[in-house]
Design a protein around this ligand. Structure first.
Ligand code: PLP
Length: 423
């Protein structure tokens, strides 16, 4: 299998004439089709709602597109809450799934009427002190511990994760919250990240639905929603089989009908907090080859760096690369594709088989639409790039301008920048 960019070389050259590389490019058509498919896959559940994980791609223009499909916002910080408010999300349009939460974040979430999802049992008291009350609708994050397996494959290691309450704690938390006046309850868990299997959500649903039945029975708390959170992944590698969201929706429906409906809980709404699945494949980082270097290895230097896309540097993550216009040429060269940071791990690819790259070639680094731009940083004084939306009609829209040195220097104003530069 091959991975095809969502733009042609001609179109991309045209876009790059208007917006200098590097930049992040997003595909409106792909975003819309995928959001629609997700909505349809869970349409069997009356209260279903996706709360887009804002941290994955905190761009108001893109969140606006997702709102056309009923999506709310999942936030975990003060500024993410502000961003959600700015795009018109209020009240239960916002899920606040934070951890290690500052009091002022809880206060803003409460002022906006967001649903607060508590990461820990000690946060009950902390929240009550911060707000002066306990909200009527409240959610608790669950961590079953141990290792999360599908068949014999280890998916992830919840017992080693900082998030969520133990089984004992969540029962206790429900009782305390109920005694303090909470009326509607939710439960949430995020047990594995970037799963490329249709079985993750149904497996997670089983864990949460069994817990929900016991919680409602033993504490008398009314469970209004169950939040399956994020974790549905995308095929970063060309040989990976993508998830089928319809199969996932059906898988969850079967478990719902097996466990919740017989328990008289057929009114429970399902929520999701997907980030990567919503936007990952529909964004790419566009960069140009500016250097080639032949030492002990073959290097191609590009004008983007890990400050624009951090995943390869910190996780060794694979991001597929297309050399535009050379899609059908043989991959008979082996390159390290590097950025310019003074960090040897600033490489988008190591020992990658690619067609011969010439200076000036445009490279598309795939699947950067989520956890791409948003993880950017300013190391080495690097500036964040622009974000550009490729509209359905083929036109482009600048949805975030590139940073300039002025932005970089904006947080200290006692030095005048550039006064000694000869004009
Ligand atoms: C990161 C995160 C998500 C989204 O995760 P994806 O892997 O992008 O789907 C959802 N919920 C919470 C609480 C998160 O921290």
């Amino acid at each position: 299998m091959t991975k095809k960019p969502f733009v042609t070389k001609e179109k991309l050259e045209e876009i790059a004439r208007e917006y200098p590389t590097p930049f992040h490019l997003y595909d409106e058509k792909g975003i819309r089709e995928n959001a629609k498919a997700l909505k349809e896959a869970f349409a069997w559940n009356k209260g279903y709602r996706e709360y887009f994980a804002v941290k994955a791609t905190p761009n108001p223009f893109l969140i606006k597109i997702l709102q056309d499909y009923g999506c709310g916002c999942d936030c975990s910080s003060y500024t993410e809450l502000m961003l959600s408010e700015a795009v018109g999300a209020t009240g239960e349009d916002i899920m606040f799934s934070s951890n290690d939460t500052p009091a002022e974040d809880f206060r803003l979430a409460d002022r906006l009427g967001a649903i607060i999802n508590l990461d820990d049992i000690t946060h009950i008291e902390f929240l009550e002190r911060a707000l002066g009350h306990i909200p009527e609708t409240i959610s608790c994050r669950y961590n079953p511990g141990g290792i999360f397996k599908i068949s014999n494959d280890i998916m992830d290691n919840p017992g080693d994760a900082k998030y969520g309450m133990t089984t004992e704690q969540i029962f206790e938390a429900f009782k305390i919250l109920k005694a303090k006046g909470a009326k509607e309850f939710g439960i949430h868990a995020f047990l594995a990240s970037n799963t490329v299997t249709n079985e993750y959500y149904p497996m997670l649903a089983r864990v949460l639905f069994e817990l929900a039945v016991r919680l409602q029975k033993e504490t008398g708390a009314h469970i209004k929603f169950i939040n399956l959170s994020g974790g549905i992944g995308i095929p970063y590698k060309p040989d990976q089989e993508p998830n089928d969201i319809r199969v996932i929706g059906e898988g969850v429906r079967k478990v719902y009908e097996e466990l919740l409906v017989p328990a008289g809980m057929g009114d429970v709404a399902l929520y999701t907090e997907l980030g990567r699945f919503m936007l990952g494949p529909y964004g790419c980082l566009v960069t140009r080859a500016i250097h080639e270097k032949h030492t002990y290895k073959e290097y191609i230097g590009v004008d983007a760096c890990a400050a624009n896309l951090m995943r390869p540097a910190i996780y060794g993550a694979y991001h597929h690369i297309t050399v535009m216009g050379k899609e059908s040429e043989p991959c008979d060269h082996v390159y390290d594709v590097t950025g310019s940071l003074c960090e040897n791990n600033d490489k988008f690819a190591v020992d990658r088989h690619l067609p011969k790259i010439d200076i000036g070639d445009l490279l598309v680094i795939h699947d950067a639409g989520a956890h791409g731009f948003s993880m950017g940083y300013n190391y080495n004084g690097k500036l964040r790039s622009a974000e550009v939306l490729l509209r359905e009609d083929g036109s482009t829209q600048l949805i975030r301008r590139a940073e300039t040195p002025k932005d970089y220097f904006a947080t200290f104003d006692c030095f005048e920048i550039g006064k000694n530069l000869v004009k």
